[in-house]
Ligand binder design. Sequence first.
Ligand code: ATP
Length: 207
Amino acid sequence: MPRRIGLYGGSFDPIHIGHLIVARAVAEQMSLDRVLMLPAAQPPHKSPDQLAPAEHRAEMVRLAVADEPLFAMDRWDLDRPGPAYTLDTVRHFREMLGPQTEFFWIIGSDSLRELPTWYRVAELVESCRIVTAARRESGPFDWDAFRPLLKDAQIRRLEESVLATPTIDVSATEIRARVRAERSIRFLVPEVVGDHIHRTGLYRAKP
Ligand code: ATP
């Protein structure tokens, strides 16, 4: 039987309830068997010196998903050298899990805006289904930005894969700023993640 696997890449600096609630909502709507969380050592669109050490980010993801059978963390984007291009990641999992598996790459709507700048986007949209979760929006979406890059049918598939997930107005940027300002992050991250942040002193110093 074909398996339906969600792949959720990001910097997870730190993982927060926005990621987790959205991942579950996408999994339910798309009948996914599992969502693999993929913290990237080097996300293509972020500079490494702006990020917390990769092992801390990964440990927080591991803690957050430890007791949730629907989710698992995978180290592929952590251990490989160079930028974590999504196309390469999908190809790796395709090789691992075989042609029967269907892959759903999960992004927030802010990432959909950036998608035209992603590495070999036309091949990417053929290699998996990109599903977009709602996020607080800054104006209408410009589908024409994809016209030079994608065929009409590919753009339509992206449009159809924008899901009505709950809008959770939380970002990792906000959480880091709250820790720096010594404000509570309780309820914004799983308790185990909050404990890790407080125990290690992550995000306390100004970058
Ligand atoms: P930062 O504030 O540091 O940019 P972030 O909160 O956007 O981080 P990332 O780890 O960079 O988190 O995001 C990974 C993916 O998760 C991206 O596709 C992003 O759009 C999505 N995402 C993050 N937070 C949310 C949220 N609250 N709702 C929906 N999608 C989200």
